[in-house]
Design a protein around this ligand. Structure first.
Ligand code: FAD
Ligand code: NAP
Ligand code: FMN
Length: 551
């Protein structure tokens, strides 16, 4: 029998608790009775009363993976948590959160990843009072980018602004995020295991780093356009040779810091009387400026700049700049140019001391004027036998499996790049796993990248199966996913036999359309419902048997 006052407390606890919490409390009390005879002995036993929510914002899956790892660690320690995709998270619930954990990568120019844009914007505009919420933010990023882990940093600041209590200092994690995340998880666990959560920690100073990655120097020794004359594309195969000891694996990418053209810099400088520092524009971002940057420049010019994206030169031509605004003031507002990544299309086992890439010249129109992308044009123009700096971007989420495992590679357009590397590696190492390539481009005659090599691999048996989808060779478009559909039984059979599935190339709409087709195939061939097919594909992803490198 409980004393009246204790009964009131218990009833109050029950009323305020979820079913899961009551079940947990029941188990806890039973465990306590089994292990301890006297209540005095429980003092050191952790009493976890909070149920953390882990929100992740991700573009390429790193943050999602970490969120799942953290949840598993907490579960192992008897702490129930909820993992939510930032896209699915409704801000209406935020005031009820005891403990919010955010794992957020940064994309673009210091922006939130696509799935977290809504969460990010809503939080920025919110005025809820989070004084009952504790929080911790882990920012994933890459210190090669000028705005290192910016999205995570902003989320951390926003939660603080809304009166939430910072339980742990904002933590940044660079490309080799695993050890940092592991330590951070331990700190989170430690905090949660203490009955109360410790006093908020001060925000850590964020060092705005420039690249600490090892930079290599090489020469472009070979450059060729892979398309034939009638093509709509200009896709370059570029070979870089280096005497430095480079180490990379199939699936890794190479990063470049492109530079602005002198002609464009001079045209910008001509708008100013004093142009001594114009050369500083060489590595400042003056192309495709974001709405955010344009608003800041607009404020300097006293103009309402309405463009969503624009080049600085076009802005100077279109909007009148006050005479007193100096070039130095403008330069101070510009970010450094962000690096660009390209999937490596070679393999060291086959192409010693070399890195190959497959680069499509990005073209687009602004006010009916044809423009080209900064880095793809920079690489297209880069003179041969001239030193070029680059770095290796490791990608642990896009790796070949053991040599005896089968692989299905879906790579339309430049998505072929890592698969040339996979096949060259498997050829050179004599890997016995089966290899199936699904490639697509616009036209067979002018856009079949690496056709000779691919056919050679078919002849020698390195390539077990090849399917091509030339989208514009007939009236109706045919895409790689149509080929998958035609081969549905075989796709499913390969998967059931343990094959690894890879997708590389355009993120949207290609990779999402391919995923839809894969789900349809699994649904039909296995005779299951869509939700079950989703779970099947998710399980493959968790096992590392469904990997995407999309951009
Ligand atoms: C992991 C990874 C691997 C990749 N691998 C490859 C690969 O193997 N091959 C490959 O070709 N690419 C690859 N990419 C893409 C590559 O990194 C670049 O994004 C691509 O080459 C475009 O860069 P850019 O500098 O040429 O174009 P940017 O100058 O960055 O322009 C990109 C786009 O921004 C818009 N834009 C720019 N300026 C303006 C403006 N003034 N007004 C309106 N819109 C504008 C246009 O839509 C343009 O197409 C990869 C990307 C990633 C993340
Ligand atoms: N802006 C540019 O000028 C430009 C040019 C090239 C590439 N890029 C960028 O570079 C990246 C990769 O381009 P890429 O040259 O490698 O190839 P890509 O443009 O992706 O084209 C490769 C093949 O994929 C097809 N495709 C288009 N939509 C598809 C879909 N939903 N599902 C399946 N296949 C689809 C294309 O067909 P169709 O073309 O017939 O539809 C083409 O046959 C993309 O991010 C792209 O934005 C930009
Ligand atoms: C196109 C692109 C832009 C990026 N921009 C930034 C950036 O501005 N700042 C940063 O710190 N990291 C940047 N990154 C690095 C990512 O944040 C990093 O790779 C992270 O591990 C990705 O995690 P995710 O898979 O959860 O999205 C960028 C990566 C790519 C591919």
């Amino acid at each position: 029998m409980l004393a009246e006052n204790k009964l009131v407390v218990l009833k109050d606890f029950i009323q305020k608790s979820s079913r899961e919490e009551i079940i947990w409390a029941n188990g806890y009390l039973a465990g306590f009775l089994a292990q301890n005879e006297t209540a005095t002995q429980i003092a050191a036993t952790p009493v976890v009363t909070v149920k953390p929510t882990i929100i992740y914002g991700t573009e390429t899956g790193n943050s999602k993976k970490l969120a799942a790892q953290l949840q598993a660690l907490l579960k192992k320690n008897k702490i129930q948590s909820k993992v939510v995709d930032a896209f699915q998270y409704s801000l209406d619930k935020i005031e009820k959160e005891d403990f919010l954990i955010v794992i957020m990568s940064t994309q673009g120019e210091g922006d939130a990843p696509q799935n977290a844009v809504k969460f990010f914007d809503n939080l920025s505009n919110s005025n809820v009072n989070l004084s009952k919420t504790q929080f911790a933010v882990l920012g994933l990023g890459d210190s090669s980018y000028p705005l290192f882990c910016k999205a995570g940093e902003v989320i951390d600041e926003q939660l603080n602004r809304l009166n939430a209590k910072r339980a742990l200092a904002f933590q940044t994690a660079d490309v080799d995020f695993a050890p940092v995340a592991e330590n951070w998880f331990k700190e989170i666990l430690d905090l949660l295991q203490k009955a109360g959560i410790e006093a908020p920690t001060a925000k850590k100073e964020i060092i705005n780093t420039t690249s600490h990655k090892k930079s290599y120097t090489g020469n472009i020794t070979h450059k060729v356009v892979l398309n034939d004359r009638e093509s709509n594309k200009e896709t370059y195969h570029i070979e870089i040779s280096t005497e430095e000891d480079i180490q990379y694996e199939p699936g890794d990418a190479i990063g470049f810091f492109p530079k602005n053209k002198e002609e464009e810099i001079n045209q910008i400088a001509d708008f100013f009387t004093f142009k001594e520092n114009a050369s500083l524009l060489i590595d400042r971002n003056i192309r495709g400026l974001s709405k955010k940057s344009l608003t800041i420049i607009g404020a300097l010019f006293g103009q309402d700049i309405t463009e969503e994206k624009s080049d600085l030169l076009d802005i100077l031509n279109k909007y009148s700049k006050p005479e007193q605004v100096t070039l130095d003031e403008l330069i101070a507002l510009l970010h450094p140019i962000a690096p660009r990544l390209y999937s490596i299309s070679s393999a060291l086992e086959a192409h010693e001391e070399q890195v190959h890439i497959t680069v499509t010249l990005s073209t687009f129109e602004v006010d009916e004027i044809r423009k080209t992308g900064l880095c793809s044009q920079f690489l297209a123009d880069y003179p041969k036998e001239t030193a070029i700096d680059f770095y290796i971007h490791k990608n642990q989420n896009f790796k070949l499996p053991q040599a005896d495992k089968d692989i299905i590679m879906i790579g339309p357009g430049t998505g072929i790049a890592p698969f040339r590397s996979f096949l060259a590696h498997r050829d050179a190492t004599g890997a016995e796993g089966k290899n199936w390539l699904v490639f697509g481009e616009q036209h067979f005659v002018c856009d079949f990248y690496y056709q000779t090599e691919i056919q050679e691999w078919l002849t020698t048996g390195v390539l077990t199966k090849l399917d091509t989808a030339f989208s514009r060779d007939q009236k109706e478009k045919i895409y790689v996913q149509d080929r998958l559909k035609e081969n549905a039984k075989e796709v499913y059979q390969w998967l059931e036999n343990g094959a690894y599935l890879y997708v590389c190339g355009q993120k949207n709409p290609m990779s999402s359309d391919v995923e839809t087709t894969l789900l349809e195939i699994i649904e039909t061939e296995k005779g299951i419902k869509r939700e079950e097919a989703v779970a099947y594909l998710e399980a493959l992803e968790t096992e590392g048997r469904y990997q995407k490198d999309v951009y």
